[in-house]
Design a protein around this ligand. Sequence first.
Ligand code: HEM
Length: 139
Amino acid sequence: QEQPVEPYKIDPTNAGAAPFAGDGMARAFGGQDGISRIVDRFVTANFADRRIGEIFMNQDEVRLRRVLFEQFCYILNAGCTYTGRDMRAAHKDMGVQQGDMNRLVENLQAAMQAERVPFAAQNRFLAKLAPMRRDVVER
Ligand code: HEM
């Protein structure tokens, strides 16, 4: 079950990127079912990761699976809204470094590859997420 968090204003722009137009990206990711499988693989990989798993340990995995699905589904324009926190608030004081971000991207690439997302669509999605490093990585 999900743990309560400090109140915050719900706003889909908290997702940190504007959704893609049209349904091409949603289809490339296999719709909500495909996105759900990718998020599950991705979250499982991050928690089990030898290099970044420690950052995830003791965090709310149930909530993370829910809102990360919402975020991906929203950005891919697959018919969801995002109810989570903004990226700066979500990663505050976590000490995430650039190397951690690179590792997380590798795990996401592996999850998309496993679900046979076409390479061009993978890269379009990663390009949408890339600017979020400003709000995630501490320097
Ligand atoms: C573009 C890159 C990233 C995106 C799009 C992203 C997305 C998210 C989202 C949507 C949440 C949940 C927000 C909420 O609970 O309201 C979250 C939380 C979290 N993220 Fe990220 N994240 C990114 C990078 C990273 C990196 C690099 C790490 C560490 C290696 C990380 C570790 C975490 C952890 C541990 C939480 C749970 C926080 C908590 O439960 O309080 N994230 N992230």
